[in-house]
Design a binder for this molecule. Structure first.
Ligand SMILES: Nc1ncnc2c1ncn2[C@@H]1O[C@H](COP(=O)(O)OP(=O)(O)OP(=O)(O)O)[C@@H](O)[C@H]1O
Ligand SMILES: Nc1ccn([C@@H]2O[C@H](COP(=O)(O)O)[C@@H](O)[C@H]2O)c(=O)n1
Length: 224
């Protein structure tokens, strides 16, 4: 039986992966990073010589995509056909094409089925799944639905702090370009009905994790 399902959406760099993973660890839940699947498929297309400007070619590559993700927050990994791609999917060549790949309907249909299967098969008391369309498309009936956001300049500053010598202006432009492209496919900038907005602009990392954990615990208490 599926436990508590938590859906988290938000723009690039809003803290979806890091905060969701830390909250899952605290709650003893599984954690599913759906952006990793789109990135892994983009990596697979590059490796397979698919013309990433050709939607038909991208769609034809879908059946050959074999994907595994670790949902233990302490055992995160991403594999494509047995190859570990956990780090490779975060590199600029993948990040620069992932939005074009993610807008192909056959890709979305395939991955959404896969995400729902992973949620259904979770053996833990709950699972936090994060991405762009989790609260609205993948798991609209989730027990807890959160839009995690932060002001664009704050998101860019946090991302820039991850990389030595990063150019803050370039990073802000990249985040905003990706959000503009992605938000043509799904709306993750506005909270859908019933979705709670968690704005971390003025919160530090631990305060944001505390707020997410509290939202989940409050729901479990009401339900139980
Ligand atoms: N409230 C916060 N205070 C300070 N830093 C934070 C906070 N939330 C997240 N961060 C940091 O911001 C950076 C971006 O977070 P993260 O990678 O989790 O975002 P994301 O939404 O998953 O991004 P993307 O969509 O690009 O994958 C990380 O370095 C993370 O530690
Ligand atoms: N539910 C989702 C999740 C992700 N995407 C696309 O994947 C890209 C990478 O996501 P990250 O969270 O790892 O940054 C993102 O830019 C989207 O193009 C998606 O469409 N739906």
């Amino acid at each position: 039986m599926t436990g508590t399902v938590v859906a988290v959406d938000g723009p690039a760099g809003s803290g979806k992966s890091s905060v969701s993973r830390a909250a899952a660890r605290r709650l003893g839940f599984d954690y599913q990073d759906t952006g990793a699947a789109y990135r892994a498929f983009a990596w697979f297309c590059l490796q397979s010589g698919v013309d990433v400007k050709n939607q038909a070619e991208i769609a034809e590559a879908v059946p050959g995509f074999s994907y595994t993700i670790g949902t233990d927050p302490d055992g995160y990994f991403v594999q494509v056909g047995g190859t570990d791609v956990t780090d490779d999917i975060r590199t600029p060549p993948v990040t620069s094409i992932v939005s074009s790949i993610a807008r192909v309907p056959e890709v979305r249909e395939h991955l959404i089925r896969l995400f729902r299967g992973i949620i259904a098969e979770s053996g833990r008391p709950g699972i936090i799944t994060e991405g762009r369309d989790i609260t609205t498309v993948v798991a609209p009936d989730a027990d807890v639905r959160i839009l995690l956001t932060a002001q664009p300049e704050v998101r860019a500053a946090r991302r820039a702090a991850e990389v030595d010598g990063a150019n803050h202006v370039d990073i802000a432009a990249q985040l905003s370009a990706r959000d503009a492209k992605d938000s043509k496919v799904v709306d993750f900038l506005n909270a859908a009905e019933g979705v709670t907005t968690l704005d971390s602009t003025d919160l530090d990392f631990d305060q944001t994790v505390d707020a997410m954990v509290e939202l989940v615990r409050a729901t479990i208490k009401i339900a139980g």
